[in-house]
Structure formats: structure tokens, C-alpha cells
Design a protein around this ligand. Structure first.
Ligand code: CAA
Length: 381
């Protein structure tokens, strides 16, 4: 594996780093305080080409690769983890399945507006009773002439209230278990689509996670993604890529925690010296630095495999698992280094701590990532 980033990958990283420092530093604080969706930022990211970063130019995207995508999500998440997940869910979970698995007509119909950031995407898999056990779908899709009629409820759907395009999973044949699930590309303007409520969450306040309900929602049959009964595989393949985005988001949060801690360790004095001169603090900083680098390398490895068209299920699970746990650890240590101040809203590390936690939960909990990895190392898959 080539560990050197190309000039264009470095260019994306530096552009997004500059944008994030200029536009997201304050916006990150504001969205956390107000819980408002950062619509103006998403519009600007669309104009910069970041909302369609790995979509080929033919479909209106920037034509870059998944390594660039991971670098961009890390940079956004250093300043605002909520923006990181808004872009990641839109890109990996909504645009990728259309790009990677859709028909030519579906790509031409949906991708250009999405890649420009004008139509946001979401991924509606999780249900009140189907989280880790994603195969336990209760949402039903019944064929009726040239349409499917979809009824059901979805939970915790990132971008649910703002999305114009949704990848929706529903049972077309409940007797067939996971082989009875189908995936649909849904225009959220379809009658019967309803946003029930936004969850009041611990962190990532600017990214809205909604409960959705579908009642007699008629979706044209040509919006079926792949074939009937293939929906579970669509979900799993999509999450293989989605987990790279969340790993990158977690690397960003961990790096932010490290950078804030380095700054504070140089400024804060105790016992007549900066606290960074004490070994107890130095060891924490050293461990954080090692883990941030290791998490990034795992993330870029998974992204490079995806770019090469290779199977990346295990590597993306490893990246997400390690990066999420690194983010949580780094944020915890950052609060500890900041002492009492770290527990107040005055310092950003308090937000990093709240934002980090979700990376161990969504797009497959750490326990689910360990199952995926174990099934690979045990030779079951
Ligand atoms: N790629 C392709 N196919 C795959 C696959 C993959 N990565 N993983 C599994 N499959 C296939 C298997 O080969 C098998 O195929 P057959 O039907 O031909 O036998 C089929 O899928 C079923 O596989 P399993 O028996 O392994 O499935 P399982 O029911 O035991 O589930 C699981 C496996 C890993 C636990 C899975 O359910 C899972 O990933 N759960 C977590 C769900 C999740 O990540 N949810 C997150 C929701 S999205 C979110 O958080 C979004 C947000 O808004 C931020």
C-alpha cells in the first residue's frame, strides 16, 4: 500500500482544512448551542464540490476518490462533527448506493442535484425494533401495478428532516427473512412521507436524527434499487463504505481533542510550570497522538481498498471500531487534562466528549464491528 497522498488528495485536505477553520470554528459552537441544521454551510460545501466528492463528473460530482472523501470528513469533523456526519450520511449512505448499485437512469435522475448539495440524502434502515438486528425490518412494501406502497416507521435517521432523497428499506416478502428485504430510492416529497420528530440528543446537535413514518407512500417501481430481495445486501455493502465516513469523523474528533489538549497543556500552569511539562500529561498526549495516527491509517487503508474496488468489509469495520474508541478515549483524556474547565461549556472539549460517543453507536455499534471482524478472522466469511 502506498502511504503517500497524491497532490490532488493533499489539495482536497488543505482546501477543506482552510474552509473548516474559517467557516466551521464558530458554526460548530453555534450549531451545538442552537441545535440548528447548518444549511448555509452545506450550501457552501456544495459549491466547493464536497457534497459530491467521489461522484464522477459525468453525474455532476467532483470525480475524486474515497481517500479524498475520508480526508475531507476528518477535516470537517475537527471543527464540527455534526457537519461531518451530515456530509458523510449524504455521501456514503445515500449517494453511494445509487452510484454503486443503481441503474444508469437512476444515476442520471438523482445524482446531479445530490452531488451539488441541493438535494440532501438520508438512509432509512433503522427501525424502533430493528437496530443492530437490521434484518428485523417491519416496514412493508407491497407491489401495486407500477408502484410499491410503503408503510412503516424508521428511527434515528440522520438528515431525515432535510433530505430530499432517501434510501428506504422495506420487506417485500416477510416470510423470506433478510432475503425478503428490498431497497428503494424515495423522493421525500412523496405523499405519505412524514417526519414525526427530531430526537433530543447528547451531541452532534446540528445533525438532525429523526423518526420517520410512511403511510401508504406510493413509490414508482423504477425506484427499486437492484432487485426485490436484495435490500439487505444493499444495506450491508453501503454500510461497508459508510463506516469509512464515520471512522474519518471519529479521527477528526480525536484530533480536535488532541489539538485542544496540546494548546491547554502549554498554557495552563500548575506547581510553577506548564502542565505539559509533567509526565502524567505527556503520556496522555503521547498515547492520543499515536492513536489518532493509527486510526487515520486504518481509515485511509479501508478507503484505498474501496477505491481499488476490493472487498473492504473487515477493514472498514476495523477502522470504525478503532477510530470510534480512539475518539472516545481522546475526548475523555482531553476533559481530564482540562480539569474542572473541561467540564464546562466554556471549553470545546466538553462538546468533543458528547460528540465522540455516537461514533461508537451509529452505523453499527462497536460490538457489531467486533462481530464483523471476528467472522472474518475466524474464516466464516
Ligand atoms: N456485503 C455484502 N453482503 C453481506 C455483507 C456485506 N458486508 N454482510 C453480510 N452480507 C450478506 C451475507 O453474505 C448473507 O448473504 P446470504 O443471504 O446470501 O446468505 C446475508 O447478508 C446475511 O448475512 P448475516 O447472516 O451475516 O447477517 P446477520 O443478520 O447475522 O447480520 C450484521 C449481520 C453484521 C449484524 C448486520 O445486521 C449489521 O451490520 N447490523 C448493524 C446495522 C447497522 O450498522 N445499522 C446502522 C444503521 S445506519 C445509521 O446508523 C445511519 C445514520 O443515520 C448515521
Amino acid at each position: 500500500m502506498d502511504l503517500e497522498l497524491t497532490d490532488s488528495q493533499l489539495g482536497v485536505r488543505d482546501t477543506v482544512r482552510r474552509f473548516a477553520a474559517e467557516r466551521l470554528d464558530q458554526a460548530g459552537i453555534e450549531t451545538d448551542r442552537t441545535h440548528e441544521f447548518p444549511a448555509a454551510i452545506i450550501k457552501e460545501l456544495g459549491e466547493l464540490g464536497i457534497m459530491g466528492i467521489f461522484v464522477p463528473e459525468t453525474y455532476g460530482g467532483a470525480g475524486m476518490d474515497h481517500v479524498s472523501y475520508a480526508l475531507a470528513i476528518e477535516e470537517l469533523s475537527v471543527q464540527c462533527a455534526a457537519t461531518g456526519v451530515i456530509v458523510s450520511a449524504h455521501s456514503s449512505l445515500a449517494m453511494w448506493p445509487i452510484l454503486g448499485l443503481g441503474t444508469e437512469d437512476q444515476k442520471r435522475r438523482f445524482l446531479p442535484e445530490m452531488a451539488a448539495g441541493r438535494h440532501l440524502g438520508c438512509f432509512a434502515l433503522t427501525e424502533p425494533q430493528a437496530g443492530s438486528d437490521a434484518a428485523g425490518q417491519k416496514t412493508r412494501a407491497l407491489r401495486d401495478g407500477d408502484c410499491y406502497i410503503i408503510n412503516g416507521t424508521k428511527n434515528f435517521i440522520t438528515n431525515g428532516p432535510q433530505a430530499r432523497v432517501a434510501i428506504v428499506f422495506a420487506m417485500t416478502d416477510p416470510a423470506a427473512g433478510h432475503r425478503g428485504i428490498s431497497a428503494f430510492i424515495v423522493d421525500t416529497g412523496t405523499p405519505g412521507w412524514q417526519v414525526v420528530r427530531n430526537e433530543d440528543k447528547m451531541g452532534i446537535h446540528g445533525a438532525h436524527s429523526a423518526q420517520l413514518s410512511f403511510s401508504d407512500m406510493r413509490v414508482p417501481a423504477d425506484c427499486l434499487l437492484t432487485q426485490e430481495g436484495q435490500g439487505f445486501k444493499v444495506a450491508m455493502k453501503t454500510l461497508d463504505g459508510g463506516r469509512i465516513g464515520i471512522a474519518a469523523q471519529a479521527v477528526g474528533i480525536a484530533r480536535a481533542a488532541l489539538e485542544a489538549s496540546l494548546k491547554y497543556a502549554g498554557e495552563r500552569r500548575a506547581f510553577g510550570a506548564p502542565i505539559g511539562s509533567f509526565q502524567a500529561i505527556q503520556w496522555k498526549l503521547a498515547d492520543m497522538a499515536v492513536e489518532v495516527d493509527a486510526a487515520r491509517l486504518l481509515t485511509l487503508q479501508a478507503a484505498a481498498l474501496k477505491d481499488a474496488g476490493a472487498v473492504h468489509t473487515t477493514q472498514s469495520a476495523m477502522a470504525k471500531l478503532f477510530a470510534a474508541e480512539t475518539a472516545m478515549k481522546a475526548a475523555t483524556e482531553a476533559v481530564q487534562i482540562h480539569g474542572g474547565y473541561g467540564y464546562t461549556r466554556e471549553f470545546k472539549v466538553e462538546r468533543f466528549f458528547r460528540d465522540a460517543k455516537i461514533t461508537e453507536i451509529y452505523e453499527g455499534t462497536s460490538e457489531i464491528q467486533r462481530l464483523v471482524i471476528a467472522s472474518h478472522v475466524l474464516g466464516e466469511r
